[in-house]
Design a protein around this ligand. Sequence first.
Ligand SMILES: [Fe+2]
Ligand SMILES: [Fe+2]
Length: 319
Amino acid sequence: MVHNLDPVVNSFRPKKWITTPSLGQSCVPRVASSKLGADMGETVVITILVENTVHARGLLAEHGLSFHLQVGQRSLLFDTGQSDLFLHNALKLRLSLAGAEAIVLSHGHNDHTGGLKAAHQAAPQARLFLHRAALAQKFVGDPDGTTRSIGMDEASAETIQKAAKAVVRTRKPTEVLDGIFVTGEIPRQNTFEDTGGPFFLDAACAQPDPLLDDQALFFDTPDGLVVLLGCGHAGVVNTLDYVQRLTDGRPIHSILGGLHLRAASPERMEKTVAAFRRWDIQQFAPGHCTGLLTLAELWTAFPGRCSPCAVGTSWVFPR
Ligand SMILES: [Fe+2]
Ligand SMILES: [Fe+2]
């Protein structure tokens, strides 16, 4: 595993952020309203390149996640799946990856980072956005007592090391490209959410992995915020709370991606659904690690507001 990267490099510039005068004591940077709306009239087209499910001929699925975002004439990848499968799906979907300007990693688990080498080869000019903790060794304890390594593989870590000058460390909120932001480290503010599983930093399962590397992508639209989650290990409520604090309370319109709620307690589910109702979220596309029973619960709780999160699904958001 490679850990010897340059010191923190971050595109974050204070002028891109404001602090609301009335909340001047807050230590939370805020996304300037002028940045949130970036070029009005542009659209953001989100396409799922990798997910656990597929319903279309010629496309393929694997356990993992990767989103392609077309932002006007510009593009980026949010996660890369667990292999180079996304290349096949991108070709079938006629999405060119050559011009992608950014590859953002939601966290270090290998079902989100395994395609990084192939992604970087496809878009060698792309900057790589990740939290430093994504490079840590990561393990999961299985019910039978065995342990599996689920951290970034050697090829992905080497890719990051070789592309060190293009690496942007994202401990803090960072603009990836025009009006598309990554949260950086997400504060864990409530007591009912956890990382969603028996995750550890060592093979002996002695040190719990807080998954500080977990981060979400977000942007604003006239109808509210669109938030993309990789696995949601910080907790989806913590994540959405933070995004709202960063954006001065903009409404949350859509959430897409992995919520990692398959082991959630009834209490956690109840509080999560209550928070979704409070925010009056208009559109859900939960998938990947969300869990089948949780998917059923969400589709039942929010009729008409849920859509499949499968390979080839795409959404167009106005800005
Ligand atoms: Fe995952
Ligand atoms: Fe994960």
